[in-house]
Design a protein around this ligand. Structure first.
Ligand code: MN
Length: 128
């Protein structure tokens, strides 16, 4: 059986490769998109288990992409987790206000990431 499907929206190719490698090693299926527009187009037609959202993206930032994803009825129960280096006071609140369910801080801790994501998936399942 296939593992959880993670949609990862991230403009940095090194991060996309890193997250893909780390999560695939733990049997996640990873779909990555380099910008919000591509991610929105994919998400309009699929239901991932979880969405990992970079905040600093070209054109449309992660807050705006999250808000648009939250308008899609089939994604109402899909957790959206912000992945960002923004550590200014208030950034966490901004991600939650945009509709994110949680927050993972960059730099990515490759040892922790699979468990962090699994925890968010289990929390979302417990809520629904
Ligand atoms: Mn970025």
């Amino acid at each position: 059986m296939d593992g959880p499907v993670v949609l990862y929206i991230e403009d940095n190719a090194d991060n996309r490769m890193l997250v893909r490698r780390v999560l695939m090693a733990e049997d996640f299926v990873v779909v990555d998109c380099p910008d919000g527009q591509t991610g929105l187009a994919w998400a309009a037609e699929h239901t991932p288990t979880l969405i990992l959202m970079d905040i600093n993206l070209p054109e449309i930032d992660g807050y705006a992409v999250t808000a648009k994803l939250r308008d899609l009825p089939h994604l109402v129960r899909v957790p959206i987790i912000a992945l960002t280096a923004n550590v200014m006071k208030g950034d966490r609140e901004k991600t939650l206000a945009a509709g994110c369910d949680g927050y993972i801080q960059k730099p990515i801790d490759v040892d922790l990431l699979p468990r962090q994501i699994l925890r968010f998936i289990l929390e979302a399942q417990a809520r629904s």
